[in-house]
Design a protein around this ligand. Structure first.
Ligand code: AQP
Length: 331
């Protein structure tokens, strides 16, 4: 049996290159490797913790679903589904909330960061329990994510272990899978990660060439002139070097390495370097933007691509939830 890979993206805004280079690109690679049984979903229940209007939320769901397909996820190769169409996620989350120590949730950095900049709610606080349910319902061994999710993955392992030791062997402890760009930083503040909820630092997947150029040319870099990778003293330049390295890959081939790029840009200034980053990114992102625009002509067809996956996910997750209810003594 092939190992199970599962991951999701929250429809809380438009996708940015961090979401793509840290997660979505990897989903497609893993799917196409043929080595895994892949599940990819839209974590729309998680988006309820944010204050989008119903119309905005529905638009974001369609937008991310379209991005999945435009980036190369294929319902014939992967199980693609929508979280809210599979009730077992919310049900298992309640069971896990009931065994999850408050202290584990209180120390989550994402919760602390978000609660510092937005009004908090109980959903935001207990989101890692729902995320754990999302993963362990399917016996997922590997979860491709950006490194901002490592702490939540660690909690998923803890909760799986805790449940197993209290109620008997039921869940697999999942492991994170990272890409070479596990944390793309904000273009406006390279000390913070690029986040959908802070749009002014984002390069969006469907930004037009002129917008890409403008955003990259005005990305915050440090004083100095040397194009060198040093995350402590040159976080802006280091971030752009990582983005450029990813954007120079073609097909299945690896991109230029950071040392190769440092050599290529020795003696060149930041303006020349940034222009080269934009020139590589424009053709790198164009196929996704163009495919997405084509898919958007028929939004109903997009959601149809998730219908078979919804059924399969309900079958797998429903069976696991039944086992859980029996083990905890619900009759
Ligand atoms: N900056 C990033 N660099 C690399 N990977 C990233 N991811 C997010 N930001 C970066 C990865 O993208 C996947 C989907 O993320 P998500 O939408 O489920 O949640 P998130 O991590 O909270 O993403 P955002 O963009 O920061 O959204 P908001 O602002 O709404 O919270 C995940 O695998 C994530 O690691």
């Amino acid at each position: 049996m092939k190992p199970i890979v599962l991951s999701g993206i929250t429809p809380s805004g438009k996708l940015h290159v961090g979401n793509y280079l840290g997660a979505l690109h990897n989903f497609v690679q893993l799917q196409n490797s043929g080595k895994y049984n892949c599940y990819f979903f839209l974590s729309d229940l998680h988006s309820l913790t944010e204050s989008a209007s119903p119309i905005e939320r529905a638009d974001h769901i369609i937008d991310i679903a379209t991005n999945y397909l435009a980036a190369g996820l294929d319902p014939k190769k992967s199980t693609l589904f929508i979280q809210s169409h599979v009730p077992a996620h919310a049900e298992l989350a309640w069971v896990l909330n009931s065994i999850c120590p408050m202290g584990e949730l209180e120390r989550m950095t994402q919760y602390k960061d978000k609660s510092a900049r937005m009004e908090t709610n109980a959903g935001l606080f207990t989101y890692p329990a729902l995320m754990t349910a999302d993963i362990i319902l399917y016996d997922a061994e590997f979860v491709p994510v950006g490194d901002d999710q490592d702490q939540h993955l660690e909690l998923a392992r803890t909760l799986a272990r805790k449940f197993n030791s209290r109620f008997g062997e039921t869940f697999i402890e999942p492991k994170a899978l990272h890409t070479a760009t596990p944390r793309v930083m904000s273009l406006a503040d390279p000390l913070k990660k690029m986040s959908k909820s802070v749009p002014n630092g984002c390069l969006f997947l469907d930004d037009e060439p002129e917008v890409i150029k403008k955003k990259i040319m005005s990305a915050v870099t440090d004083s100095g002139s040397e194009v060198k990778f040093d995350e402590a003293s040159k976080p802006g330049v280091s971030n752009l070097l990582m983005i450029l390295s990813a954007a120079t890959r073609h097909g299945g081939q690896a991109g230029k390495t950071i040392p190769e790029l440092e050599k290529e840009f020795a003696g060149k200034n930041y303006g020349q370097f940034k222009a080269a980053v934009a020139e590589s990114l424009i053709p790198y992102l164009a196929p996704i933007r163009e495919k997405k625009a084509k898919l958007m002509e028929d939004p109903k067809k997009i959601l149809k691509a998730f219908a078979t996956g919804d059924k399969k996910a309900n079958k797998v997750a429903g069976a696991k939830l039944k086992e859980v209810y029996e083990k905890v003594g619900l009759i």
